[in-house]
Write a protein that binds this ligand. Sequence first.
Ligand code: HEC
Length: 109
Amino acid sequence: MKLTLTSLVVGCALCLSISSLAQSAKITSNPATGYGQHLYAQSCAVCHDAHSTTPKAGPGMKNYYSTHHPPPTDTTVRAIIAKGKGTMPGFSNLNQKQMNDLIAYLKTL
Ligand code: HEC
């Protein structure tokens, strides 16, 4: 019984470390969009649905880049995010990296 319990504990620890390894590998394989997605969920998702074009307070962001012809430039999107637009508040608190990651994420939608 003691042996079984021990191997169970060891087995569990092993499987936990494997899954956390797998998870960190996933995050490092695409760090920009991963962090961008986190920022989006935190700051933008209340007003912009990431999974459809259905408007909330602001337009849904699904296919935002592919449906605009020509697609918006990074400079334009950066300016909208930093200064806001209409009733959208500006996010001037975001640093350069946060802004880049957010834009990288928007492009994946
Ligand atoms: C309080 C609600 C709100 C929040 C939070 C918000 N937005 Fe907006 N956003 C809007 C509204 C409303 C518009 C439409 C403004 C207009 O066209 O007058 C808009 C427009 C936009 C546009 C331009 C869409 C177009 O038609 O070209 C982009 C890009 C955008 N938001 C990105 C973001 C990002 C990225 C974040 C998070 C950092 C964010 N927004 C947070 C409300 C919000």
